[in-house]
Design a protein around this ligand. Structure first.
Ligand SMILES: Cc1cc2nc3c(=O)[nH]c(=O)nc-3n(C[C@H](O)[C@H](O)[C@H](O)COP(=O)(O)O)c2cc1C
Ligand code: SF4
Length: 518
């Protein structure tokens, strides 16, 4: 029997040498005349073990990692093909604690299947949700999604079903489904992992969204920094179209749905939904005032569902297992699972899908394993560049939209950046203002001008120029930005700035060096 060897083609694994490993493995198979084939899978999301090579043995999968090209000969020498022991042996990947402790609903297939094999997708439960959706009325599909409690995973946490209902209830000659795959937040890579590791789940989710709302066309807007995701999605759309999953009769039904992949040009603000729609229309990526909501007047002025990759990719499991199954996971109003992305100075960086409710401390200390430098964790930024910095004293905060909001923070797209005690929080606050100044679309004054004034004022504090007065000025400026900005870029930049000031006041006092320089 031909043995399958899995070597990820995920961007993260590629960055760590997976391509060279794949070449070396192919070479060994050939020179040793082995009956084996290579499948380029997605990543399981255990990045400190990438490239992680897996072999499908009769007793199940056996993993090795992190594998470099120079290890390959010795791995084959140790009998890798039959799961032989080696110093890089990891055993059954599902038993690695980081993976064993997860609840994988959205990422159930990621790293397991061949991303571009529709047959593999079906074998592992794919397309069941779509089949169920086709047999239901659009209103019932929308009800299922609403009842599941699924909220947008792009940042704002808006209930997905309610958004879909608005589009369903709006009459128009054309409607669109737009998938936001701009994934600009720091520490985030869940969207990319899905697009590279299980693209059909996104295609299935978008098709269900189309059937539920009456939209016949979908667009995936992917950031240009993700060439591998773009290529995989393009190929997957072709495969789905050929198989009749996309097209004029979706899976033989009277429903039509097709989609296109579009590539962004590298602006953080183009992840903001209205700016993204402008960019998709070929216009400058500038934020639109709301109302009208995109659900009523979105792409080309038509009713549009705009959802994040993970929101859409979570729909097939809801439609397969039912709303209640999904809703049974989580806490409070945060239902289901969330793919937490651990990055920065973390020992075990990667993707951890879990039901809402884990505390920040559990995520950082236990799952993430503390810092890679071995120094104490000083702060974690949750929710990307617009998210607050959390000190250790707030590590008991459960991962839940409302609990984070109550601590003046946000979950956002669930990226966590870990910092050790060498971090200078004044520099981080300055960086937040600088980021906003660089990425501002320029439409409104509090953001466009405020962010630049913010950088200047924080610089004055750093140089001990009237520090008390300038701290008060930054606080005042943050209030103006928070309440006066048109979108969350200007409106949320105060979160990292004020959390740094409030939780780490010692970093905003003049240092002896700064005093000496005065
Ligand atoms: C500056 C800015 C950048 C954003 N970037 C992203 C992004 O990269 N991906 C994303 O899904 N949502 C992003 N959002 C949120 C979107 O505006 C929008 O809320 C989301 O696409 C809606 O989908 P959801 O309901 O599925 O989360 C961003 C918002 C702002 C203000
Ligand atoms: S807050 Fe900033 S990014 Fe948002 S609309 Fe205003 S200027 Fe543009």
């Amino acid at each position: 029997m031909t043995v399958t060897i899995y070597i990820p083609r995920d961007s993260g694994a590629l960055a760590l040498g997976a391509e060279k490993v794949a070449k070396a493995v192919a070479q060994e198979i050939e020179t040793r005349g082995l009956d084996a084939k290579i499948v380029r899978n997605g990543s399981r999301g255990l990045y400190w073990l990438e490239p992680m090579v897996e072999v499908a043995t009769e007793a199940g999968r056996v993993a090795y990692g992190p594998v470099s090209a120079k290890d390959v000969a010795s791995l084959f020498g140790a009998g890798l093909i039959a799961g032989g022991e080696h110093k890089l042996s990891l055993g059954d990947p599902e038993k690695i604690p980081f993976l064993a402790k997860q609840t994988r609903l959205t990422f159930a297939r990621c790293g397991i299947t061949d991303p571009l094999s529709l047959e593999d997708y079906r074998t592992h439960g794919g397309l069941k949700g779509l089949e169920n959706a086709i047999a239901m009325t659009p209103a019932d599909v929308v009800k299922q999604v609403t009842d599941s409690g699924l909220r947008g995973r792009g940042g704002a946490g808006f209930p997905t079903g309610i958004k879909w209902k608005t589009v369903l209830d709006t009459t128009a000659d054309r409607k669109y489904i737009v998938c936001n795959a701009d994934e600009g937040d720091s520490a985030t890579f869940a969207d990319r992992m899905i697009m590279e590791g299980d693209p059909f789940v996104l295609i299935e989710g978008m098709t269900i969204a189309g059937i539920a709302t009456g939209a016949t066309k979908g667009f995936v807007y992917i950031r240009s920094e993700y060439p591998h995701a773009v290529a995989t999605m393009q190929k997957a759309v072709e495969v789905a179209r050929k198989a009749g999953v996309l097209g004029v009769n979706v899976m033989g039904s009277p429903n039509a749905f097709d989609m296109e992949i579009r590539v962004g040009a590298g602006a953080y603000v183009c992840g903001e939904e209205t700016s993204l729609l402008n960019s998709l229309e070929g216009k400058r990526g500038i934020v639109r005032a709301k109302p009208p909501l995109p659900a009523i007047q979105g792409l080309f002025g038509k009713p549009t569902v705009i959802n994040n990759v993970i929101s859409l990719a979570s729909v097939p499991i809801v439609m397969d297992r039912g709303a209640q199954h999904y809703k049974d996971f989580g806490m409070g109003r945060s239902r289901g699972t969330i793919p937490i992305q651990i990055a920065g100075n973390a020992k075990h960086g990667g993707l951890f899908e879990a039901a809402f409710g884990l505390t920040l401390g559990e995520i950082v200390d236990e799952i993430g394993g503390g810092t890679v430098t071995g120094r104490p964790v000083k702060a974690v930024q949750v929710g990307g560049p617009l998210g607050a910095y959390f000190p250790r004293s707030l590590f008991d905060t459960p991962f839940d939209y409302e609990a984070f909001a109550a601590k003046d923070g946000l979950i956002g797209h669930a990226g966590i950046t870990v910092f050790d005690d060498s971090a200078d929080m004044l520099k981080q606050a300055r960086f937040a203002m600088e980021f906003c100044a660089i990425e501002s679309c320029g439409k409104c004054t509090p953001c466009r001008i405020g962010s630049t004034r913010g950088v200047e004022t924080i610089d004055k504090i750093a140089h001990n120029i009237e520090p008390e007065k300038n701290l008060a000025l930054v606080t005042d400026l943050c209030n103006t930005m928070k309440f006066g900005s048109l979108c969350a870029l200007g409106g949320f930049t105060p979160y990292p700035v004020m959390s740094a000031i409030n939780h780490f006041p010692e970093d905003f006092r003049p240092t002896p060096v700064a005093q000496a320089a005065e």
